[in-house]
Design a protein around this ligand. Structure first.
Ligand code: DX5
Ligand code: ZN
Length: 225
């Protein structure tokens, strides 16, 4: 199966956001990845509800909000209200992970758990179960905070480890694996072979001339194992 491609808006021209989103939709994006940062959990600030609400009017693409915030529980209703479809919360920020994921689903959104490169995959143990409260895992292959960073060493092996854990404990198809950080046409096939099903790609699309060709190449990155 082809991977889904989720361009990360952060890497594009934020002064022309609406036009960039329309162009990405026309170029074949499957999902729009929105990086919400609070300047606390990560050393950067991006955008929040008013911006997402404004973008909702220019596209029908599903919105995948990646919450890099210390207190994700405080605002889940707002993300639903402004039109987000998928929400990922960082496992590093959640004291009551099942409750948080349950609330996201209650609000009608897909619930994801994001994990930093430095956090052990063992912290996902409690949710990698049959009937998991999560719909997807967002595996970071950079330390979150900025677009255009370098792929962390050992990232591919970590995707493969997570793939094996999901297949063994939850069953393929029940939780999807999304990978985020420094993916491009050059390494996307390796990521998909290792087990990625959704590719978040920022500068790997933005820095190329023809986004349609790039997105088509990313989608054609080989089939999952
Ligand atoms: C990093 C963000 C990513 C980032 C991806 O903190 O979560 O989504 O924007 O950008 P690239 O693909 O350039 O690493
Ligand atoms: Zn992201």
């Amino acid at each position: 199966m082809q991977p889904l491609v989720a361009p990360s808006l952060l890497a594009f021209d934020l002064g022309r956001m609406a036009d960039e989103v329309r162009a990405l939709e026309a170029a074949g994006a499957d999902v729009l990845h929105l990086d919400v940062m609070d300047g606390h959990f990560v050393p950067n600030l991006t955008f929040g509800f008013p911006v997402i609400e404004a973008l909702r009017k220019v596209t029908t693409l599903p919105f995948d909000a990646h919450l890099m915030v210390s207190n994700p529980d405080d605002h889940l209703d707002e993300y639903a209200r402004v039109g987000c479809n998928w929400i990922s919360v960082h496992v590093e920020t959640c004291s009551h992970l099942h409750r948080t994921l349950g609330r996201i689903r209650e609000l009608g959104m897909k619930a994801g758990v994001a994990i930093n490169p430095g956090t052990s995959l063992a912290s996902l143990d409690a949710i990698l179960t049959p009937g998991s409260p999560a719909d997807f895992i967002l595996l970071m292959t950079v330390n979150p905070g900025f677009a255009g960073q370098k792929f962390v060493a050992g990232g591919m092996e970590r995707i493969a480890k997570l793939r094996a854990l999901v297949d063994e404990r939850v069953g393929r198809g029940n939780i999807r694996i999304e990978v985020d950080g420094s993916l491009k046409t050059e390494n996307a096939a390796d990521a998909v072979r290792a087990g990625a099903e959704i590719l978040v790609v920022g500068s790997g699309i933005a820095a190329t001339k023809d986004w349609k060709t790039t997105i088509a190449a990313l989608k054609g990155s080989g089939s999952r194992r």
